[in-house]
Ligand binder design. Structure first.
Ligand code: SIN
Length: 283
């Protein structure tokens, strides 16, 4: 089906497309919004260039897709609880999101997606990689698909535990809160293969930072198969790579893509704001 309101230019044969003809500082009419939504479902992650939006416009775009998440651990932007500032200063050694992952998979209802807006970017480097998890699932053998279809994974948020908040905060410009109650974030069970609520397609749904075992198994027993899936899930042929400019926006579908930020710009600053749209319980 063609697009009448927007232009859609795929970034790879796998996932990702740049969208032209949209100004996100304005309210999108229903027809334009429907085309943006279709492009999102068809391409899994969509990109906009040269956008000039304030925090309210950023949140308003997110709210077209659902209610907004308040990050359980990171300190939000002043006055905007729904905005998660992702910051690296020149002297920082570490960055947020450096491992392949989906966002907040330890929540009962992990996000639908995240909308990342570039405020300041390094002269070179700091790209983000995305991997198509429909393809990751479809590329598996029938035997492996049958095995995974019956498995449930247990997710937790130990990477951001309050016990390691001080160490994290010494090394990251984006700060985690040191006051959250771990009891508010129990281990969460999700199917290893989830069915996307809008497209009906099956996607692999495990990631190294938050998935530590299968339900009914120990971590040691689960590790070999999980490690295989973690490596398989970002094979180069499932990925696309986005080069940021100031004013760029990426909106990824957290239900069917993984992502990873590259830490290859030592001595430079990279400032982004992220708005995250709440999702539904994976089935
Ligand atoms: C993230 O949301 O995981 C960070 C992505 C990025 O900074 O490119």
């Amino acid at each position: 089906m063609t697009y009448n309101r927007i232009e859609v230019k795929p970034l790879s044969g796998t996932c990702g497309a740049e969208i032209f003809g949209v100004d996100l500082s304005e309210d999108l009419g229903n027809e334009t919004f429907a085309e943006v939504q279709r492009a999102f479902h068809e391409n899994l992650v969509i990109f906009f260039r040269d956008q000039d939006i304030n925090e309210e416009q950023h949140k308003a775009f997110g709210r077209r897709f659902g209610s907004l998440n308040v990050h359980p651990r990171y300190v939000p932007l002043n006055g905007h609880p729904e905005i998660f500032p992702i910051r690296k200063d020149p002297e920082d050694k570490k960055i947020v999101g450096a491992s392949w992952h989906q966002d907040l998979t330890h929540l009962e209802k992990p996000p639908l997606g995240s909308i990342l807006y570039a405020l300041d970017v390094p002269p070179v480097g700091g790209d983000t990689l995305f991997a198509n998890q429909y393809l990751a699932y479809e590329a598996l053998s029938d035997g492996m698909k049958d095995l995974l279809d019956g498995l449930v994974a247990v997710h937790d948020n130990r990477i951001q535990a309050p016990s390691i908040a001080a160490e994290r905060n010494a090394n990251f410009t984006s700060k985690v809160r040191d006051d959250p109650d771990e009891k508010d974030e129990p281990e969460m069970e999700h199917p290893v293969v989830r069915t996307h609520p809008d497209t009906g397609r099956k996607a692999l749904f495990v990631c190294r930072p938050r998935t530590h075992r299968f339900k009914g198994m120990t971590e040691a027993e689960s590790k070999p198969l999980l490690e295989y899936l973690f490596e398989h899930s970002h094979r180069p042929e499932f990925t696309c790579r986005f080069r940021w400019e100031k004013g760029s926006i990426a909106f990824w579908d957290n239900r069917c893509v993984m992502h990873k930020a590259l830490n290859d710009y030592p001595g430079h600053k990279r400032y982004m704001n992220r708005v995250t749209v709440n999702g539904t319980r994976p089935v």
